[in-house]
Ligand binder design. Sequence first.
Ligand code: SF4
Length: 71
Amino acid sequence: MTGKQIRLVVDDERCQGHNRCRLLAPDLIEIDDLGFAHAKGDGRVPPEQSEKARLAVKNCPEFALRLETDD
Ligand code: SF4
C-alpha cells in the first residue's frame, strides 16, 4: 500500500523571506530574486523528503508553509 502524495505549499502573503525553510529543505524550496520562498516544481514531496518538509513547516516563523495531501 502506498501513502498519499503530499505537497508543500507556500502562502505568498505570509512569507517574509527568512529563508529558514530553504536551509531545512533545500531540495523542496527555492528562493526568488526578492528573497521569498516557493515550492520547487509542483510542490510534490518525495517520501524520503517528508521529514524535511515537516521540519520546514514547523520552523517557519510566519506559518507560511503547509502540507496538503492529494485526494
Ligand atoms: S521560513 Fe517561512 S517566512 Fe521564511 S522564507 Fe520560508 S516560508 Fe517564507
